[in-house]
Design a protein around this ligand. Sequence first.
Ligand code: FES
Length: 165
Amino acid sequence: MATSTSLDKRLILVDKAIAAHGNRKDALLEILHTAQNVYGFLDKRILLHISEKLKLPPSQVYGVATFYNYFKLKKPGSHSITFCLGTACYVKGAEEILSALEKEFNVKRGGTSSDGKLSLFVTRCVGACAMAPNVIVDDEMIGKATKEVVLDKVRKLLEGEKVEA
Ligand code: FES
């Protein structure tokens, strides 16, 4: 499992959270929260990864994820943007970038644009405060993010979709 997901940088954040909880099985709920915050959803691949790391049966991990409405089991939009709003990132201007993105693309934090192309999430410290503010665009972590860089990246992503369509 680790090989198919090893290129996904967001998984590193999930693994850090698992390690921070000492790989404890009883931290499952906290780990699922972290994974949901980072990805915006929990699909089979992520749940299996967590089950392997915590040495819990997949059925148990899946059972907990489906029990709570809070957890989403499908990727919401074609692209997901996650803002870290932990203290360091907030102080360095993450909120300002987030607000600009909400305005330009008419999407609210925690929501998905009406065309289903963009979902916006916020999370707390992703463990890279030295690079604050941090924004995760799909699988790419953008450190020392600026409004210009993030908006431009998202515009290009959406333009790419139009070209492909
Ligand atoms: S507060 Fe954003 S990485 Fe720590």
